[in-house]
Design a protein around this ligand. Structure first.
Ligand code: ASP
Length: 274
């Protein structure tokens, strides 16, 4: 059965649930599995409530750097620390389909985006500015300990977006993020790292959200993917999420028969089938 699963981040934000479900129902009819996941992620990148595209988190220095990736069995495209584009996921798709490379980073990714015709766009929102100021204030006041202390993790709202689909017998995955808030400029999370934040192969597709450093350490998406077919999909995802303890994490996964969305926070997700 054709299906798509979307998530709007490991964030506890209930209000995004209805939106994400609506986006899933629209995206499942966008074409191939790749078209569908890209369409889904693009809708969320354009919605300022999500931490991707417009609405992305800021770095400590106030800049916005975004990561995005797409993956299908045997192929991958991603952008790292791209700036001033509206839809990083479209640039990631073009890296896969219209360049000889798999990953482009920083200035080179921006130059490539311009060559592909993507105009300059400022993804800054009031919400992102306010969020950065709030966390900096708490840090200065000593209200929260620095870096990855469990208490500090609570300040990281991870509303990264992602999608996995199985359509007409094909799998695809896509992900896009402004990164966890208040990281150093140049920091790269799990999202554009194949096997960490995203994976797709002949057996299924997986996308993760949460604290990227922990997700990379555990190669979460690849680990889940490798177990597809060995146990019920939801059971596999729950087991891997449980290993994160209180570190915020979420995962969506799809195989040809099953699909699920699992998180240790209240992750908004949507599932559409046809
Ligand atoms: N995983 C993303 C990162 O670490 C953040 C998120 O999921 O919101 O960059």
């Amino acid at each position: 059965m054709d299906a798509i699963v979307l998530h709007g981040g490991a964030s506890n934000r209930e209000e995004l649930k209805i939106k994400v479900q609506k986006f899933a129902e629209e995206a499942i009819n966008a074409g191939s599995a790749l078209d569908a996941v890209i369409h889904a992620v693009r809708l969320m990148e354009d919605d300022p409530l999500f931490n991707a595209g417009t609405g992305s988190n800021m770095r400590i220095d106030g800049s916005i750097q975004m990561d995005a990736a797409v993956m299908v069995p045997g192929d991958f495209g991603g952008v790292i620390n791209i700036e001033k584009v509206r839809n990083p996921v479209l640039v990631a798709r073009d890296v896969m389909l219209r360049s000889p490379h798999m990953l482009l980073a920083g200035d080179g990714a921006v130059q490539f985006a311009r060559k592909m015709g993507y105009e300059e766009h400022d993804p800054t929102t009031e919400r992102a500015i306010e969020k950065r100021e709030r966390v900096i204030k708490k840090l200065k006041n000593g209200e929260i300990p620095e870096y990855y202390h469990p208490e500090f993790l609570k300040e990281f709202l991870c509303d990264t977006v992602g999608a996995v689909a199985y359509i007409n017998g094909e799998f695809a995955a896509a992900v896009s993020t402004g990164g966890t808030s208040l990281t150093l400029r140049g920091r790269v999370g799990d999202s554009p790292i194949p096997g960490a934040g995203i994976y797709a192969g002949e057996q299924g597709a997986v996308v993760a959200t949460g604290i990227g450093e922990e997700i990379i350490r555990r190669m979460l998406s690849l680990k889940v993917y490798e177990e597809i077919g060995k146990a019920p999909l939801e059971e596999i995802c729950k087991r891997h999420v449980a290993e994160f303890g209180t570190v915020p994490v979420g995962v969506i996964a799809i195989s040809n028969e099953e699909r699920c969305a699992v998180s240790n926070l209240n992750m908004p997700y949507g599932i559409a089938k046809r």
